[in-house]
Design a protein around this ligand. Structure first.
Ligand code: ADP
Length: 560
């Protein structure tokens, strides 16, 4: 009967403690609640909870309740015999102490994990019943600790992920290095919940860090200079050597700053592989609270996002630079080629016109070939320059009003010099609409038609090439039809791409480099139009360009 009563008492005590501890939301709250409720129930002089610190491999006093000021000290918690016993899973009796004579320390373990110890001391004898009760409470506390830790971990994960997502969203949309740095200097203190921050870019060529921004520096503190040599600042030297986060909970040196006092600070190197982009340093104004695990995880993640974004920005800047250099080079070379080519073509023309005497049949033949090849080369140089201008975005559309007759004359001139095989006839079909007014960029449209007609001649050996101008409502359409070799259906989608040719082989019969239709497509699009092609291999092709809104006044329609 007495045993049954004792058992009921024990169960009630454990239930009571478990009720209190299950409401705890953090480890601190849990250990304190356990202490308080154990003390209330056991009616002893003093209850302590020691927690195991796996990093330092020692027990630390975490919570205490006592009649007087009798909490266990750090030194007492470090006692090696005590620790050995507890780690073996044994309940360790404690020797007499000043105020309390007897005591017992019970390990808190769960699923093989050693969490710490529950220590109870009092003046009365420590009975077997009491030890049993304390052991039950220790087990319960270990279970509760595990679940609170899991909960804290989840909360920390959610917080870390939320913060890093914010940082990643902000930096991933930015490709300008300067803007990126100022964004990072602002984000680092916010993400880590700190007061001030500094950003410094590493200049590899000169081996110095250059300050790119600061935020909220502590009162009286400032940067010593905009250029910081690693050997003058231990924190920078350390970052360069180890490339790992340096966190100072108890700073005895102020990082990089002169004047003012600072609290704890963290220095985050931004590097990818062997490449060092720079460093972010952030800290508190006064407090010397060490950085928690969550903050270190945020700092790690931030370093990764930031260094990737900075590297991308650097790569893009390098590419843009290389692209600009290439453009400048192509432009210079093309200009240099154009002048002598024009001179060569000019002299050839003089020869053909008999400026230095009549030519024999064979001589004329050679001069004609010279002229043709010279003009082809000039076309190529012009096309290269044109593409270069388009790519560099330097190509402006200059749409202006133009009468139909004037436009036809411009198109006629632009196609006049094109080499046409003798067995191919060339015809124009024009609308009879006197007074029709159009709005377009005459030079660009002329080049579009020249490229289309040039191709039609090039890929047609017999038959005819016809150009049709059509006005339908406000749409101006131009069709160039040939009876040439045609284009296979699967090639139609790619012929407007740069350098794409149906026959790209070295042995191909037709000259050209594959820029003509690319220029056509670019110009037509810039003029607000569309280009289409229909073709049957062996029969011929029809290219059609259409510009809605290009017809301003339809003019008088005369039935054909
Ligand atoms: P290029 O004429 O310098 O090769 P283009 O960009 O003008 O370059 O044309 C690309 C390719 O499209 C040509 O190489 C050719 O294979 C095909 N093509 C263009 N126009 C015609 C056409 N009228 N008839 C047949 N094939 C054509």
């Amino acid at each position: 009967m007495r045993k049954a009563a004792r058992e009921a008492e024990r169960v009630k005590a454990l239930l009571d403690v478990s009720q209190h501890t299950s409401a705890a939301r953090s480890v601190d709250e849990l250990v304190q609640t356990t202490c308080d409720s154990a003390a209330a129930f056991l009616r002893v002089r003093c209850v302590d909870i020691l927690l195991w610190d796996p990093d330092e491999e020692r027990l630390r006093p975490a919570a205490s309740w006592s009649v007087g000021n009798e909490a266990m000290t750090e030194d007492e918690a470090r006692d090696e015999t005590l620790l050995d016993g507890l780690r073996d899973g044994a309940t360790v009796p404690l020797g007499p102490r000043e105020a309390s004579q007897r005591g017992v320390a019970v390990p808190m373990t769960y699923g093989g994990w050693f969490e710490g110890a529950l220590v109870v001391r009092g003046d009365d004898e420590i009975t077997g019943d009491l030890v049993e009760l304390v052991e039950g409470m220790a087990r319960q506390t270990a279970v509760a600790l595990m679940s609170v830790r899991t909960m804290e971990q989840r909360q920390e994960d959610a917080e870390v992920n939320r913060t890093l997502l914010g940082v990643s969203e902000a930096v991933s949309s930015c490709v300008d290095e300067e803007v990126l740095w100022s964004l990072l200097v602002r984000s680092v203190s916010r993400a880590l919940d700190l007061d001030w921050s500094i950003g410094a870019r590493f200049d590899e060529a000169h081996g110095v860090f250059r300050v790119v921004g600061t935020k909220g520096l502590p009162e009286g503190a400032s940067m010593p200079s905009d250029e910081l040599r690693a050997e003058d600042y231990p924190v920078l030297a350390d970052l360069l050597a180890r490339r790992q986060i340096v966190a100072a909970g108890e700073p005895h040196v102020t990082p990089l700053l002169v004047g003012g006092t600072v609290g704890s600070w963290i220095a985050i190197p931004l590097c990818r592989g062997s490449w060092m982009a720079g460093v972010l340093i952030a800290g508190r104004e006064q407090d010397r609270v060490p950085f928690g695990r969550g903050q270190r995880r945020i700092a790690d993640g931030l370093a990764q996002h930031a260094s990737t974004a900075l590297q991308n920005a650097r790569l893009i800047a390098d590419l843009e630079n290389a692209d600009r250099l290439k453009s400048e080079f192509v432009s210079t070379v093309s200009h240099e080629l154009r002048t002598p080519l024009n001179v060569i073509i000019g002299y050839t023309e003089m020869l053909r016109e008999g400026a230095v005497g009549d030519l024999s049949g064979d001589q004329r033949d050679l001069v004609d070939r010279l002229d043709t090849r010279g003009r082809e080369l000039l076309d190529l140089v012009e096309a290269t320059l044109q593409v270069n201008r388009i790519e560099a975005g330097r190509d402006q559309v200059n749409a202006a009003p133009i009468g139909l007759g004037e436009l036809v004359r411009a198109l006629d001139i632009s196609t006049a010099g094109l080499p046409r095989p003798p067995a191919v006839s060339f015809e124009w079909r024009l609308p009879e609409a006197p007074g029709a007014m159009l709005r377009t960029d005459r030079a660009k449209l002329a080049l579009v038609v020249r490229n289309l007609v040039g191709n039609a001649f090039k890929f047609t050996s017999a038959g005819k090439v016809e150009v049709r101008l059509l006005l339908a409502g406000d749409v101006l359409a131009i069709e160039v039809e040939d009876s040439g070799i045609g284009i296979p259906a699967d090639q139609l989608p790619i012929i407007f791409d740069m350098f794409r040719q149906v026959d790209g082989s070295e042995t191909r019969k037709h000259n050209g480099v594959g820029l003509g239709l690319y220029i056509v497509k670019q110009f037509v699009t810039r003029l607000g139009g569309r280009v289409e092609v229909a073709s049957t291999p062996g029969k011929g092709s029809t290219f059609r360009v259409a510009f809605p809104g290009a017809v301003v006044t339809a003019g008088e329609r005369v039935a054909a």
